[in-house]
Write a protein that binds this ligand. Structure first.
Ligand SMILES: Nc1ncnc2c1ncn2[C@@H]1O[C@H](COP(=O)(O)OP(=O)(O)OP(=O)(O)O)[C@@H](O)[C@H]1O
Ligand SMILES: [Mg+2]
Length: 416
């Protein structure tokens, strides 16, 4: 699927680039042709006054006969087309290269097929000054220059543009493919993570489902033998509680990763949040004969979501109690540290090996799988903690020593 996305991106990239290339080439043709025409017109305007003094007026008509006999030696063929016209536009004389027999300025054409002549033409009136100083127009002097050379330059330019197009497409395609590969890389990584996540979640759900299926079969048999199934029903209840827990954790994670689903942050008084929460855990700690202590909480405020922050602290407290042996202790303390509020949850529990500390915030990671699962854990608690802390622009740090205990420090910016 990603490979086809990559190809589609490449094709779009090449198509758009070629479109731009085409537009640039058309613009280039226009600019080149305009520049060539301007240069030719400048040349015509320079030539006209140069030839004008050689025009004689005989019998009220302009002529270049004397000039042409002198110019014979200079070989007229290499001259531009020079033509003389009457005031009515009838041609009188023609010299130089073949031209277009029309009294007109601009680009002119004549002939058909291979014998088409294309010229750029310019003309000026020729006037006679009589003895009284009066001016009388007697005809026109016209000069035409062939545009063959310019047309060839443009034709070659178009040919080069067309020849370069397939090579450009190949090179663009190569780079497009390489860069689109880089562009789809993050999507590929996300998809991989998602696939692993779905597989892990499926695996986690599979265990309680298997337990429930097997237990139901036992209940059926017990019913037949008229035995009391209450013990097995308790197993089913525990498995279903675990599934509910897992579903809740998955939903929290999904919510944390979709900012649009998270309600806006509000100012929260830290002691109002921490003290009652620790109180709630006292019962659980008492059951395990663990000493749960909460140091005095200073009156500090932070911007956050009450529900998610309570969940974050609950997950840490839950772990501290779950992974501490009977008779141990768990201490909660809150203090201002630079611009942050530091929440510290410390226990004297089983601790963790150093090499697992880098992984405990990963989804479904458990240091001791069987022990955690037996304790009802799915390995999502700390990944939820991390997601919540990060959504509050904070950091979470862990220090632990195997057999001695662990210390989790969460730092979240506070309101001054
Ligand atoms: N305070 C702690 N002391 C020792 N080990 C801990 C502590 N907190 C976490 N761990 C280890 O880190 C692992 C990951 O913790 P996490 O909270 O993510 O998952 P869990 O407790 O196994 O399951 P869940 O919290 O989803 O019910 C745990 O399985 C445990 O091995
Ligand atoms: Mg946990």
């Amino acid at each position: 699927m990603l490979e086809s996305l990559r190809w589609r991106l490449t094709i779009w990239f090449v198509a758009l680039s070629l479109l731009l290339y085409g537009a640039g080439a058309i613009f280039g043709i226009f600019v080149l042709s305009a520049a060539l025409t301007t240069a030719t017109d400048d040349e015509l305007r320079r030539l006209l006054p140069e030839i004008r003094p050689s025009v004689e007026i005989i019998d009220d008509e302009p002529t270049l006969k004397t000039w042409s006999t002198n110019a014979q030696s200079a070989n007229l063929k290499f001259l531009p087309t020079i033509q003389l016209f009457t005031t009515k536009g009838a041609m009188l004389e023609h010299y130089g290269a073949p031209g277009v027999a029309e009294l007109k300025a601009g680009t002119l054409h004549s002939g058909t097929g291979d014998s088409v002549i294309a010229v750029r033409s310019e003309y000026r009136p020729i006037c006679l000054h009589n003895a009284n100083g009066q001016k009388k127009q007697v005809g026109y002097l016209q000069i035409q220059v062939s545009t063959k050379h310019e047309d060839e330059v443009i034709k070659n330019f178009i040919l080069e543009v067309l020849l370069l197009a397939p090579f450009s497409a190949l090179i663009l395609g190569f780079f497009g493919y390489v860069f689109s590969g880089k562009a789809v890389q993050p999507v590929e990584n996300t998809l991989l993570m998602l696939r692993r996540f779905v597989a892990d979640a499926g695996h986690e759900l599979n265990t309680p489902i298997t337990v429930i299926e097997a237990s139901l079969q036992t209940v059926e048999e017990m019913r037949r033998d008229e035995e009391d199934p209450s013990e097995i029903l308790e197993v089913i209840a525990r498995a279903s509680a675990r599934m509910k827990d897992l579903a809740g954790n998955l939903m929290t994670l999904a919510r944390m990763e979709s900012p649009e689903l998270v309600s806006p942050k509000v100012p929260l008084q830290v002691n109002e949040m921490v003290v009652p929460l620790v109180q709630e855990f006292q019962e659980l700690a008492k059951q395990k004969r663990i000493n749960l202590v909460c140091d005095p909480v200073p009156s500090l405020k932070l911007l956050g979501h009450n529900e998610s922050l309570s969940r974050m602290l609950s997950n840490l407290l839950n772990n501290a109690i779950r992974y501490t042996e009977t008779g141990g202790s768990v201490t909660v303390s809150v203090a201002a540290q630079d611009d942050n509020i530091a929440f510290v949850i410390q226990d004297t529990g089983i601790g963790m090996p150093q090499d697992s500390l880098n992984h405990i915030f990963e989804r479904f990671y458990r240091v001791d799988k069987s022990r955690s699962r037996a304790a009802g854990g799915s390995g999502l608690g700390l990944s939820i903690v991390k997601a919540i802390v990060e959504s509050h622009k904070g950091t979470v740090k862990v220090e632990s020593e195997l057999g001695k205990g662990s210390r989790f420090t969460v730092a979240i910016p506070y309101i001054h």
